[in-house]
Design a binder for this molecule. Structure first.
Ligand code: FAD
Ligand code: NAI
Length: 467
């Protein structure tokens, strides 16, 4: 029986990054993954395939709607959906192979099978055809991620009532897609099919979209997605989804308690994800889950059992790949006695529609709720030369700063390439920059990033230059 310093369970962005950092720090490391392909949700059925389809569908949409304006005649434009899907699968395949290569390069032992704790330092790995391996380990990092969740009355048959996983690989483009949930999954995958010609209706429980992000972003996103053809039904509580042949009927109630029905050929259930801690044998080693099924950890991300850590979607906090990665590095460095830190308030959130939406730091709602003395600066994309050049004039940048000290508290934006622009906001927050600091820094012209500088100028004495 081989003995490892550290064994990581799960090879998503939390697990594989933790394993690499452990190996870099000189720990003899193993990683256990129940699937043959490494990379977890993110690489196989999450971030990577969804962004691949978002990119392809955006090319199709641009060709259809905007090429003519640019002076490009693309005649007989046709969608080749099997090819689009294949390209997505190719990207996923290459990315997963890349992780396999990284494991080899860092001399990490990869074990395939479902991991279960026998005791705190012994893990049983159940592979295919009854194959069983026993792993002896000093420490463990649990990085088992999450699974799509559903709501009462809605059973995902994975054929017509589907989760994000099936939505990434549908045989045909839906004629009408009903999306339950106006969060990130619903809007990103809803966008994909809207661009490819489906009628997309989003049924959302709350009175706003993307509830985790600043309210102003949800409003702007709803405005431009509506312009793009998506339909929104807010403040609707879904009661049931039923399948008859090739048709799905979703029944919801509105604010007045009246019944409303939606029907389509597919229904995407996108109401959040639940931590995946099934059949890990946690009970047997004395780790109790919290009321939401997450593994409780302390400030070192260590569970109730010394030497067993947990990271990523399976613990509390945002279910984001980059949050899981930060935690993976944090735990590896903690294990060898280093003193790393994670500033959870500086972890950005991004919505990859087009234009994109991104935010980091405090939202305006949070500051209002605390009666915080803040000031806000805004700048619209339509006043940017760069945005006019590309016809990407939707959106804005909003900065929230402390009224007394001018320290930046939050930055929220909707606009072209917001997913990349938010990196500047993260640096500003991490270094506790003031709005004046950023306002005085040169931003290349013409770029979308100029909107950030202009919003800072607006926050510091209403002195934006281009509006
Ligand atoms: P996971 O990636 O879920 O990996 C966990 C792994 O553990 C899995 O491979 C699983 O098979 C394995 N496992 C579980 N139990 C066991 C066991 N007992 N034994 C062995 N192996 C086990 N996040 C972003 O930041 N940006 C995005 O753009 C983004 N897009 C997304 C799009 C979609 C459609 C979805 C569904 C999610 C998206 N996410 C995105 C979220 C992101 O995928 C997750 O936050 C991230 O994958 C979590 O990483 P993790 O390492 O905690 O777990
Ligand atoms: P989500 O939490 O973002 O959105 C779920 C939505 O469903 C919410 O708006 C909620 O109000 C709504 N809802 C809940 N119950 C409902 C009901 N009964 N009827 C109607 N609406 C209901 O969850 P989502 O979109 O499923 O994403 C899961 C996770 O995956 C997220 O936590 C996210 O962090 C991650 N993810 C991240 C992406 C990114 O970073 N770009 C992309 C996709 C997923």
């Amino acid at each position: 029986m081989e003995k490892f310093d550290t064994t990581v369970i799960g090879s998503g962005p939390g697990g594989y990054v933790a394993a690499i950092r452990c190996a870099q720090l000189g720990l003899k490391t193993a990683i256990i993954e129940r699937h043959h392909k490494l990379g977890g949700t993110c690489l196989n059925v999450g971030c990577i395939p969804s962004k691949a389809l978002l990119d392809s569908s955006e090319h199709f949409n641009n060709a259809k709607r905007y090429f003519e304006t640019h002076g490009i005649n693309a005649e007989k434009l046709e969608l080749n959906w099997p090819r689009m899907r294949q390209r997505k699968d190719d990207v996923v395949g290459q990315t997963c192979e890349g992780i396999q290569y990284l494991m080899k390069k860092n001399k990490i032992t990869v074990l395939t099978g479902h991991a279960t704790f026998k005791d705190a330092q012994t893990i049983i790995v159940n592979g295919e055809a009854g194959a069983e391996q026993t792993v002896n380990t000093e420490r463990v990092i649990i990085a088992t991620g999450s699974k799509p969740s559903s709501i009462p009355g809605v059973v995902c048959d994975k054929k017509r009532v589907i989760t994000s996983t099936e939505a990434l690989s549908l045989e045909k483009v839906p004629e009408k897609l009903i999306v339950i949930g106006g969060g990130v999954v619903g809007l990103e995958l809803g966008s994909v099919y809207n661009r490819l010609g489906s009628v997309v209706q989003v049924v959302e429980y709350l009175d706003r979209l993307i509830p985790g992000m600043d309210l102003s972003l949800g409003k702007e996103v709803q405005r431009f997605l509506k312009k793009q053809g998506m339909e929104f039904f807010l403040s609707r509580t879904v009661q049931s989804a039923s399948v008859k042949g090739k048709s799905v009927t979703v029944v919801a109630t509105n604010k007045n308690g009246e019944k409303v029905e939606f029907s389509g050929d597919y229904c995407l259930v996108a109401v959040g994800r639940r931590p995946y801690s099934d059949n890990l044998g946690l009970d047997d080693i004395g780790i109790a889950l919290d009321e939401q099924g997450r593994i409780p950890v302390n400030e070192h991300l260590e569970t109730a059992i010394p030497g067993i850590y947990a990271i990523g979607d399976v613990i509390a906090g945002a279910m984001l790949a980059h949050k899981a990665e930060e935690e993976g590095v944090f735990v590896a460095e903690t294990m060898v006695g280093q003193k790393p830190h994670i500033n959870y308030k500086s972890i950005p959130e991004v919505l990859y529609t087009w234009p994109e939406a991104a935010g980091v730091g405090f939202t305006e709602d949070e500051l209002k709720a605390e009666n915080y003395n803040y000031t806000a600066g805004n700048f619209p994309f339509k006043a940017l030369g760069r945005a006019r050049v590309s016809m990407d004039t939707d959106g804005f940048v909003k900065v929230l700063a402390d009224k007394d000290t001018d320290e930046i508290l939050g930055i929220h934006m909707v606009g072209a390439r917001a997913a990349d622009l938010i990196a500047e906001a993260v640096v500003a927050l991490e270094y506790r920059a003031s709005a004046e600091d950023i306002a005085r820094m040169s931003h290349a012209h013409p770029t979308y990033a100029e909107a950030i500088k202009e919003a800072m100028l607006d926050a510091t004495g209403k002195r934006s230059l281009h509006i």
